[in-house]
Design a protein around this ligand. Structure first.
Ligand code: IPM
Ligand code: MG
Length: 355
């Protein structure tokens, strides 16, 4: 079969990690007899440099026309001085919103091969980590009213956290449906002891839960959740969060599995889907061939199974990653004593070869 994939390379390490993922996708194509046709629309800093805006209209149309979108990462110090609505990150928020990608799925899995790379004590990590953050992606404080004004103490700025019952219901259903395919537990994260938006969140999740009597629902305050993630991450199956809380907790969930370079994500809506690592563009190591491409390669694997319905192919990619890790190959972020250190490019090549 022939598939079209829009690849947004982005900034910083974005080009390196997406190239590694393309190498793996091409190997999948060869082995299973598929043809992947790539297009490379611009977004983020690269788009600002070329066109003056972080998300050109053309990028949105290319992404809509493709079977799926793979994204590296955007942003960097070069564009830090730009006003908020012209920054590279605005492009990312813009594409999520333009494609209606309200559900961001971020699985965090501790590979037994990488348990030594986890910063957690072994008595904690040995219980295993296999959770998924279901993060609402196109609402909340990221998209609420914002601005600046003169206040009691002079200049002030504000951002607003706002959720409708509709938005909460929509994302809660994704979490409950996923829990059904997993271990049957949803932990909904909020700050209902303080925030009105969280109280609506909690009440709405409770009403959705009635349609899922087979699923255990637990509510947890976000501060406690941050603590529980390092104290006893094995307790979690599906973590349901707002946009902001999911952003914060998914970095933590990634790190406890060994490195932020390992966590993939899929962002899905009714019609479109985009796949990206959860980490940023790491400008400090860009161009040094030291980035970890695994999160992006795992994102490509999610793309294969979720958008192209090629589950055998996706499983082959996951197995190739496990194989390379069990052989001891490591990028610097997960390289402990005695590991076989490789760069981004070689890591991609090794995974492609193991398919
Ligand atoms: C992420 C990132 C983005 C976010 C940034 C780059 C806008 O941190 O995908 O987690 O906050 O959503
Ligand atoms: Mg983040």
């Amino acid at each position: 079969m022939k598939y079209s994939i829009a690849v947004i390379k982005g900034d910083g390490i974005g080009p390196e990690i997406t190239e590694a993922a393309i190498e793996v996708l091409n190997a999948v194509g060869l082995k299973f007899g598929h043809e992947f046709a790539y297009s490379y629309p611009l977004m983020g800093g690269a788009a600002i440099d070329a066109t003056g805006v972080p998300l050109p209209d053309e990028t949105v149309s290319i992404c809509k026309a493709a079977d799926a979108v793979l994204l590296g990462a955007v942003g960097g110090p070069k564009w830090d001085a730009l006003p908020g609505d012209k920054r590279p990150e605005k492009g990312l928020l813009g594409i999520r919103s333009a494609l209606g990608l309200y559900a961001n799925l971020r699985p965090a899995l501790l590979y037994p091969e990488l348990s030594a790379a986890s910063p957690l004590r072994t008595d904690i990590s040995s219980a295993g980590i296999d959770l998924i953050v279901v993060r609402e992606l196109i609402g909340g404080i990221y998209f609420g009213d914002r601005g600046s004004r003169q206040g009691r103490y002079g200049e002030e700025a504000f951002d607003t956290e706002s959720y409708s019952a509709f938005e909460v219901e929509r994302i809660a259903k994704v979490a409950f449906d996923l829990a059904r395919k997993r271990r049957g537990k949803v932990t909904s994260v909020d700050k209902a002891n303080v925030l009105d938006s969280s109280r609506l969140w909690r009440a709405t999740v409770a009403s959705v839960a009635k349609q899922y009597p087979d699923i255990t629902l637990e509510n947890m305050f976000v501060d406690n959740c941050a603590m529980q993630l390092v104290k006893n991450p094995a307790q979690f199956d599906v973590l349901l969060t707002s946009n902001m809380f999911g952003d914060i907790l998914s970095d933590e969930a990634a790190m406890i599995t060994g490195s932020i370079g390992l966590l993939p994500s899929s962002s899905v809506g009714e019609k479109y889907a985009l796949y990206e690592p959860i980490h940023g563009s790491a400008p400090d190591i860009a161009g040094t061939d030291t980035a970890d491409p695994i999160a992006t390669i795992l994102s490509a694997s999610m793309l294969l199974s979720m958008s192209l319905h090629l589950s055998e192919e996706a499983a082959a990619v996951d197995n190739a990653i496990k194989k390379v890790l069990s052989e001891g190959w490591r990028t610097p972020d997960i390289c402990g004593e005695g590991c076989k250190k490789v760069g981004c490019r070689l890591m991609g090549k090794l995974i492609a070869e193991r398919l």
